[in-house]
Design a protein around this ligand. Sequence first.
Ligand code: 5GP
Ligand code: ZN
Length: 114
Amino acid sequence: MTDCLFCKIVARQIPADIVLETGRALAFRDVNPQAPTHVLVVPKAHHENAAALAAADDGLADDLLTACHAVAVQEGVAEPGYRVVFNTGTGAGQTVFHVHAHVLGGRSLTWPPG
Ligand code: 5GP
Ligand code: ZN
């Protein structure tokens, strides 16, 4: 997708603070962090949201979750715990329509989220 912000980050056309790269996923720090650790994990392939990613049915969603956990371990937040969030749709606050997992940790996380 030529006009997608996260496709441009994947293509290194826009800079980002990349923390992990796998064969099919890229993880970089959120520019507006909501927690001491706030990393976005995206598939390199463009899918609009989590539903489209799941429908692709090629194991990519599995790879993405595996990458999320790897980020949490690398960031030192796997213990005591971290949160993985997929905002899906404008009503849930999705603003970038290239699916991304928010990996949040490093502080106590309240439930339910706002
Ligand atoms: P959403 O609201 O779609 O769930 O999440 C989009 C996230 O992307 C937001 O948390 C926002 O701070 C982050 N973001 C927006 N533009 C950029 C950017 O250019 N670089 C990085 N690293 N993060 C961005
Ligand atoms: Zn994209």
